[in-house]
Design a protein around this ligand. Structure first.
Ligand SMILES: Cc1cc2nc3c(=O)[nH]c(=O)nc-3n(C[C@H](O)[C@H](O)[C@H](O)COP(=O)(O)OP(=O)(O)OC[C@H]3O[C@@H](n4cnc5c(N)ncnc54)[C@H](O)[C@@H]3O)c2cc1C
Length: 453
């Protein structure tokens, strides 16, 4: 029985249960659909990375005398046409639980059904599928810690090998039109990590050597102490199940903290699945009533890394240069936008999704809501990060700030990179703080008082 393997956020051959299920059926057409609805808003980092990841998957398939068939257009139409072109009786996917993906899949399934073709979901991009972990009353969890315990108790299957002996098909052998894998130019100054399944595994191997130190190093943006796996997980070049399996024999604090961080990824996907509206709206609706400022010059200065607060500017410039930002700094810059500049989190989240190569609706928008105080077990609104002391605490030698804020890079000219005095700022051309943190903290708390019950 012929089938289609429709790749989406699972751009790998190993440990891909949907692909194994397709191969079990018989000959397989490996398909990717460039969906204009997703491609349009993806932003330069993710478009370029996706192109590179698809080329890598295509190269792996070519080593097996096959190639990835890529088509452009509405998946509802293109998947059915592709399946019919090869005479497939089933289309296999890894399930999508996001608001857009779930609805798209429902429509594709309906269209396939009309054509007498089965739509088969096997696995998902998560260790535990969203909607699976439930509390005693059968509800989804709204607080992370009990979720993570139940999630760990639930467990996950062991990783699978890549299928062998598959008879691969191509749309080139049919009349169906295909398209080249896109290779968009990167904007000047942006450099991205290497894409693909092999790159994901090499990065993971490098990180495993230092996972023991993860618990100590993960909050130090000046140290290369985190795994940088988020982009590989985003595109499914590796599945979290594989990472969890590799960690399973390790008992130290580093490995256990890393496991917990992977649980955050599943938690936010679960929350978004339960509350799809929280992708755009306040998870805690009362926060919509708080007075905010219209975004304007202050949002522009923040996005450009010209706020005059070194750790904030370092983060925003790291984002623009690499499509990635350290987690601690994501929290600091998000807090600054919402609580010092009084701009709603959605504006910051949109900027992040434009530039982040790991940009993911669930982790990003709930990361923002957590910082803004409006999300699930969020950091309380009244706990306002002080950007200067955060820099001093988490980047004590100033390496991170000096690396990303060129004006502050010379220790002879700028002895204190976290709090340069006005003369030093003038000398090196670094702006004064755009707002007074103490005053804006008070202002944020006054606004918060208006919505407190
Ligand atoms: C405002 C804000 C926006 C964010 N946007 C995104 C996003 O768009 N995409 C994204 O993948 N992560 C996002 N995060 C979470 C986190 O910052 C990144 O996952 C992490 O920095 C990626 O780097 P890493 O792979 O080296 O992380 P590591 O520290 O090595 O963590 C390992 C993995 O655990 C997961 N993880 C860790 N922390 C979190 C978290 N707080 N929430 C969800 N998953 C987590 C990620 O999959 C990560 O790759 C955001 C956090 C905040 C505060």
């Amino acid at each position: 029985m012929t089938s289609v393997m429709w790749f989406r956020r699972d751009l790998r051959l190993a440990d891909n249960p949907a692909l194994c299920a397709a191969a079990d059926d018989g000959p397989v057409l490996p398909l990717f659909v460039l969906d204009p609805t997703l491609w349009g808003p993806a932003g330069p980092s993710r478009r370029a990375y996706l192109g590179a990841s698809l080329r890598s998957l295509d190269a792996s398939l070519r080593q097996r005398q096959a190639g990835l068939s890529v088509v452009r257009g509405d998946p509802v139409r293109r998947v059915v046409l592709a399946a019919k072109a090869v005479g497939a009786e089933s289309v296999h996917v890894s399930a999508d639980f996001g608001p857009y993906g779930a609805e798209r899949d429902r429509r594709v399934e309906e269209a396939l059904e009309e054509a007498g073709i089965a739509f088969v979901r096997t696995g998902s991009p998560y260790a535990v599928d969203p909607g699976t972990v439930r509390n005693g009353s059968g509800q989804n969890f709204k607080v992370f810690t009990p979720f993570s315990r139940r999630w760990a108790d639930h467990g996950w299957p062991s990783p699978l090998d890549a299928p062998t002996g598959v008879s691969w098909l191509s749309l080139d052998d049919t009349g169906e039109s295909t398209t080249e894998i896109p290779d968009p130019d990167l904007p000047a100054g942006l450099e991205l990590p290497e894409a693909g399944e092999a790159a994901a595994h090499s990065q993971w191997e490098r990180f495993l050597d230092k996972v023991a130190a993860y618990d100590d190093d993960r909050d130090r943006p000046g140290v290369d102490g985190t795994s940088r796996m988020s982009v590989h997980l985003k595109y499914g070049e590796v599945h979290p199940r594989q990472l969890l399996a590799d960690l399973s024999g390790r008992t130290g604090k580093g490995a256990s903290t890393y496991r917990t961080d992977l649980a955050w990824r599943d938690f936010y996907a679960d929350v978004l699945h339960a509350r799809p509206d929280s992708a755009r709206e306040y998870y805690k609706p009362e926060f919509a009533k708080m007075p905010y400022d219209r975004p304007g010059k202050q949002l522009e200065a923040w996005a450009a890394g010209r706020t005059g607060y070194p750790i904030v500017d370092a983060g925003m410039r790291q984002l623009r240069a690499t499509g990635w930002m350290h987690n601690r700094v994501r929290m600091i810059v998000a807090s600054f936008l919402v609580k010092d500049l009084h701009v709603e989190w959605q504006h910051g989240a949109r900027h992040f999704l434009h530039w982040l190569v790991d940009g993911d609706l669930a982790s990003n928008n709930h990361g923002w809501q957590w910082t803004a105080g409006s999300g699930t077990d969020a950091s309380p609104f009244f706990r306002v990060f002080n950007p200067t002391t955060q820099g001093q605490k988490f980047d004590p030698p100033g390496d991170y700030v000096r690396r990303w804020v060129e004006e502050l890079s010379d220790p002879d000219q700028v002895p204190d990179p976290h709090d340069p005095d006005p003369d030093t700022r003038d000398l090196v051309g670094y702006p004064p703080p755009m707002v007074d943190h103490k005053e804006e903290r008070r202002e944020a708390l006054d606004r918060y008082e208006k919505i407190r019950g």
